[in-house]
Structure formats: C-alpha cells, structure tokens
Design a protein around this ligand. Structure first.
Ligand code: KIV
Length: 276
C-alpha cells in the first residue's frame, strides 16, 4: 500500500527542513510518470491555458476544462498530492461560487486540494473553504490571473511597499488556514524572509533556493513549450527538439517506405520466425 502525500507530509517536511517537490501535469501518462518518479505534489495548473490550449494568458480557462484535466491526472497518480488550480472567475465572484467550484474539484475531479491566487483579498474565502474541509494552497507574488493589473509577467516585491504587501498577504493566508503558499517571481531575499516567517511551507517558482519547495511547469522543464523561456526555468531536456526530429524521421520513413517494416505488420500466414 502506497503512503500518500498529505498536507501533514508538507508540514512535516517544512519542520524537518526537507524540500518539497512539485511539478504541473495535465494528463494521465505524464502524471503517471511524475508519480512514479517520486514527486510530492502534482499541480493541475491553469497554466494549461497557455501550454496546452495555446492561449496568451490563463484567463480563458474554465472550471469544466480544469475538471477534465484534473480527472485525467487523478487516474495516473497513487502517491503524490493532486492539487487543482481554481481558474479565473471560479472563486472571485463570491463565497458560494468558490465553495461550489472548489468542491467540484474534489468531488468530481478527485483532487486532494485546490490552489487559488491572492493574499489578504481572498483570505475570507480561504477560511470558508478550509472550514468545510477543502485544503487550500495559496499563491502570491506574480499571480498570472492578474496579469492585466500587474502590467505583464514581471518580478513582484521589489519595493518596500510591495514587500510589505507580500508579508501581509502571506500572513493573512497562513492565518486563514492554507497549508502552503506558492511564491512566484519574487526576489530571493524576500522569498527567504517570508519562508522564515511562516510555519507553513512556501513553494517557489522564480523565488530562489530558500523556499521550502520548488515547482515548475511540465512543458517548461522538459523543453516542450518554446514560446516563452523564463529565466527561472531550468530546462532538464529539450523534448520539443526530440519530438521535432522524431517526427521528421517518421515523415521520411513513410515517404521512403522504411515504415512500416515487417515487424510492424500482421500477416495472414506465419512467415519466417524472424518476422513473428
Ligand atoms: O498554473 C500554474 O501552473 C501555476 C504554477 C506556475 C505555480 O500556478
């Protein structure tokens, strides 16, 4: 029986100084591979709006689309915690919408927790969700659903006032009951201060090495998404290039008749044993 990662595991890792690993995934086979590799948490991020659907922002993603991907990921995962992102307008419109849509992520999607963006502004909603049994992960710093207000995908928390707001947001979320907070695109020093200040773990993306854990987007760390290359991404492979060259090989093989070869074919009669 596999020992599942829970919010208690997250808190224990923070207490014991053990880093938490998280990646995004959006479908069954990739979730299965990440789980087999031993990842602690899989975030079904609304980043799928960009890396799966090809939108310029995460804003168009709907609850139904999220649910479709959460269900697929759930089927591929035994050990990791599955966290469903709450898409734009699924919680900002009020308590009832937030509870209903977050509830769907657990009830229909099979997620273990949800993530939503915002600090003090959403603390009341977080309290309501946690109060009815829905674990919530926070997300502050660069919050992509607010890209139009932030004026682009830029580093947050560079001035005294902004740093102060981040501190207040982090504390408000912790007090409201989140089990962890994603810190996106904030200076290393600020991420460290917030991490040290909190009892719950921080998961960084573009936030340096001092956060309690790290998260990256599937298509970024594997080099599949080539439209944007953020500085904070380490590309562990160039699978986009691999897929390109494999596809060119396939095209050549089909054109030249090298594929399918006898070993890829079914015959009415058994030929030589080599061809079985
Ligand atoms: O949507 C997403 O993938 C995210 C991560 C970048 C943290 O929110």
């Amino acid at each position: 029986m596999v020992k599942k990662v829970t919010i208690r595991t997250f808190l224990k890792k923070k207490r014991e100084g053990e880093k938490i690993t998280m990646l995004t995934a959006y479908d069954y086979p990739s979730a299965r591979i990440l789980d087999r590799a031993g990842i602690d948490a899989i975030l079904v991020g609304d980043s799928l709006g960009m890396v799966i659907q090809g939108h310029e922002t995460t804003l168009p993603v709907t609850v139904d689309e999220m649910l479709y991907h959460v269900k697929a990921v759930r089927r591929g995962v035994e050990r990791a915690m599955v966290i469903a992102d709450m898409p734009f307008l699924s919680y900002q419109t009020g308590r009832d919408d937030a509870i209903y849509n977050a509830g769907l992520m657990l009830k229909e999607g099979g997620a273990d927790a949800v993530k939503l963006e915002g600090g003090e502004r959403v603390a009341g909603l977080v309290e309501d969700l946690v109060g009815i049994g829905i674990p919530v992960m926070g997300h502050i710093g660069l919050t992509p659903q607010s890209v139009n207000v932030l004026g682009g995908y830029r580093v947050q928390g560079k001035t005294g006032e902004d740093i102060d707001r981040l501190r207040r947001d982090a504390k408000a979320l912790e007090d409201a009951g989140v089990f962890a907070i994603v810190l996106e695109s904030v200076p290393v020093e600020v991420a460290k201060e917030i991490t040290d200040m909190l009892k719950i773990p921080t998961i960084g993306i573009g936030a340096g090495p001092h956060t309690d854990g790290q998260v990256l987007v599937f298509h970024d760390y594997l080099g599949i998404f080539e439209d944007i290359k953020p500085r904070f991404v380490k590309r562990y492979r160039e699978l986009g290039q691999e897929i390109l060259s494999a596809t060119r090989e396939y095209i050549e093989d089909v054109k030249s008749g090298r594929f399918p070869a006898p070993e890829h074919c079914f015959y009415l009669e058994k030929k030589t044993s080599q061809e079985d």
